[in-house]
Design a protein around this ligand. Sequence first.
Ligand SMILES: [Zn+2]
Length: 233
Amino acid sequence: MKVLVISAHPDDIELFCAGTLAKFKKQGHSIAMAILCNGNKGHFTIGPEELAEIRKKEAENSAKILGAELFVGLFPDLELHVNKESVEIVMDVIRQVDPDVIITHSPDDYMMDHINAGKLAIDASFCATLPNYRTKVNRVSKLVPIFFMDTASGVNFQPTEYVDITEEMPVKEKMLLCHQSQYIWLKEHDNIDYVEFMKALNQFRGTQCGVKYAEGFRQHLVWGRIKPYRILP
Ligand SMILES: [Zn+2]
């Protein structure tokens, strides 16, 4: 199976679904990570061009840990809008990967890049199935199940499916720590310890389903995308 995550920023995948990806990987599935924004606005002292370069490198280091295919920085931060151009860019990522399942942001997440990345994942993955919708990539993808991953610190998100990531936690932490520019920035600027922030959420989700650490998901339940079996690991 091929798993594609469509996320907004470098570090979102590590915060919200990297444990599940590591588990998919362990089971022999292949992983593709699409990070739509380049992270160029997430700092007060490093300028946008330099920051985008740093964050691309950090995302590459993290993707390497899973041996994941990576698409990163297709839009500047906060310039990710849902329009014809962006739908077609995301369509071509989907057509290249040809996934069997997509994980993306919840429609209730806290900021527009996350919300728009989720919307684009839904729109583009539908359009990518239509032969008459021609784009740069010839292949036509199939309509696949979509799962929404947790929101920032779990606000306004009630999972309906859980993945036990207790064994995968060291890999998840290692991936998150690849994003050093964010780790230091959040610590200095917002007094947030990234790793604790991530672990608190996964411990909370773990408590809900009776394990040490878990990631929570909600399936996008619409006609054509539902399967009669469990897809998450
Ligand atoms: Zn983000």
